[in-house]
Design a protein around this ligand. Structure first.
Ligand code: SF4
Ligand code: SF4
Length: 335
C-alpha cells in the first residue's frame, strides 16, 4: 500500500465542497495541464518551493535562507531572493528558517494515521451539520491506493465522503478502489470538443466523457457535473451547448457552472510558473448570465437545471437534482 500521501493543503470548515461543514484535503499531482488551472500548486507530483516577494525583507531577517541552502541555489537581487529552480531539490530547509513566511514549502508527505487524526478532529461538526470530508487536488485519483485506504477508514467512522475529480482516471481501478467508499462525486466537464480539450488541458476528453457516462449509468453514487467557466475558452455557446447536450444524452438533469476566479495566477507566480492564461478580473453578471443562457439553449438539454452558485435564488434546486442516482447526500447541498 502507498503508506503516505503527497498533499498541499488541509482546509477545515469548508462550506462549498459538499454538504454541511467539511474538511477538504488537497492531493498533489494532476495528469491534466489546464492553462487556467486554479490550483497550480496541485499540478506537480513533488513538493515545490513557493516564494512571496512581497513578504520578503532581507534587510530585517538576517538572510538566513541563503545560509542554509545546501544546493546554493538562492541569491539576492535588488533585495529579493532569486531561486535557481533547476537546482532546488525542494528540501524545505530555507522555508523552515524564513521568519516572515516569504518562503514556504508547497506540498508535504503525510501518513494515513496522521491524516485521519487531522480530519477526525472535526467529526462532531460533520455529525451536527450533515458534513464530512472531501478529497480534492490536483487529481486525487493519481494517489488511488492511499485514497482507497483513507476513504475506507472514513466510512468506517461513519463520515460522509466526497471527491472532486477531472474524470481522467482508469475506470476499473476507480470502481474497485474508490467508488465503494464514496457518497458524492463532483465531476468536472470542461471542453466537449476533443481538439479543444487537447489544446487547453493537454489531454483528450475521450476518457473523461466515457468515465462520466459509466459513473452515471452505474448509479451507485451521486454525480454532480461542474463546468468551470473560463472566458474565451469554455464559455463559447458551442461548448456550453455541447456539454448540455452530452448531459441530456446521459439522462442528467442538473449541472453547476463555476464562474472564473482570477486569484490563481498569484499562486502560479509564487511557484515560479508563468501563467499561460491571462484574465485579471472576475466575470461580470452579464458574462455569467450569457453562459447560463447558452447552456440552456441546448437542443437536447432544455430541461437541464443550471445551478448558478452566484445566485442564491435557486434554493429549490436540490429537489431537481435527482438523477436516478443516490439522493440523500445531495439534498442538503447549499447553492
Ligand atoms: S526569503 Fe525569508 S529568510 Fe530569505 S531573505 Fe526573504 S525574508 Fe529573509
Ligand atoms: S528548498 Fe532546499 S534546495 Fe530549494 S532553495 Fe530551499 S534550501 Fe535550497
Amino acid at each position: 500500500m502507498q503508506k503516505q500521501a503527497l498533499i498541499f493543503d488541509i482546509k477545515r470548515d469548508c462550506s462549498e465542497d459538499g454538504p454541511g461543514i467539511r474538511t477538504t484535503v488537497f492531493f498533489k499531482g494532476c495528469p491534466l495541464s489546464c492553462v487556467w488551472c486554479q490550483n497550480p500548486e496541485g499540478k506537480e507530483k513533488h513538493a515545490e518551493l513557493s516564494y512571496n516577494a512581497a513578504a520578503c525583507h532581507p534587510e530585517q531577517c538576517g538572510k538566513t535562507c541563503l545560509d542554509v541552502c545546501p544546493e546554493n541555489c538562492l541569491s539576492l537581487l535588488d533585495d529579493k531572493v532569486q531561486i535557481d529552480r533547476d537546482v532546488c531539490t525542494s528540501c524545505s530547509k530555507c522555508s523552515e528558517v524564513c521568519p516572515t513566511g516569504a518562503l514556504e514549502a508547497s506540498g508535504y508527505w503525510i501518513g494515513l494515521d496522521d491524516l485521519l487524526y487531522r480530519v477526525l478532529i472535526d467529526k462532531p461538526f460533520y455529525s451536527s451539520s450533515g458534513g464530512g470530508v472531501t478529497l480534492s487536488g490536483g487529481e486525487v485519483t493519481q494517489q488511488m491506493e492511499f485514497a482507497h485506504h483513507f476513504l475506507k477508514a472514513l466510512k468506517q467512522e461513519g463520515i460522509h465522503t466526497a471527491i472532486e475529480t477531472s474524470g481522467f482516471f482508469n475506470y476499473r481501478r476507480f470502481s474497485e478502489k474508490l467508488l465503494p467508499w464514496l457518497d458524492l462525486i463532483y465531476f468536472d466537464l470542461k471542453l466537449i470538443d476533443d481538439a479543444e480539450s487537447r489544446k487547453y488541458t493537454g489531454q483528450s476528453n475521450r476518457l473523461i466523457l466515457e468515465n462520466f457516462s459509466k459513473l452515471v449509468a452505474d448509479g451507485r453514487v451521486a454525480v454532480i457535473p461542474r463546468v468551470p467557466l473560463i472566458p474565451g475558452i469554455t464559455t463559447s455557446e458551442e461548448n456550453l451547448q455541447g456539454i448540455a447536450d452530452f448531459l441530456a444524452i446521459n439522462g442528467v438533469d442538473a449541472a453547476t457552472l463555476l464562474p472564473y476566479n482570477p486569484l490563481w495566477s498569484d499562486k502560479a507566480v509564487k511557484l515560479g510558473k508563468m501563467p499561460k492564461y491571462q484574465r485579471n478580473g472576475f466575470m461580470t453578471e452579464q458574462e455569467k448570465e450569457a453562459c447560463v443562457k447558452a447552456f440552456q439553449l441546448s437542443h437536447l438539454g432544455k430541461h437541464i437545471v443550471t445551478h448558478k452558485s452566484w445566485i442564491s435564488a435557486l434554493r429549490s434546486a436540490p429537489q431537481m437534482l435527482r438523477q436516478n442516482l443516490a439522493l440523500s447526500a445531495i439534498q442538503s447541498i447549499r447553492f
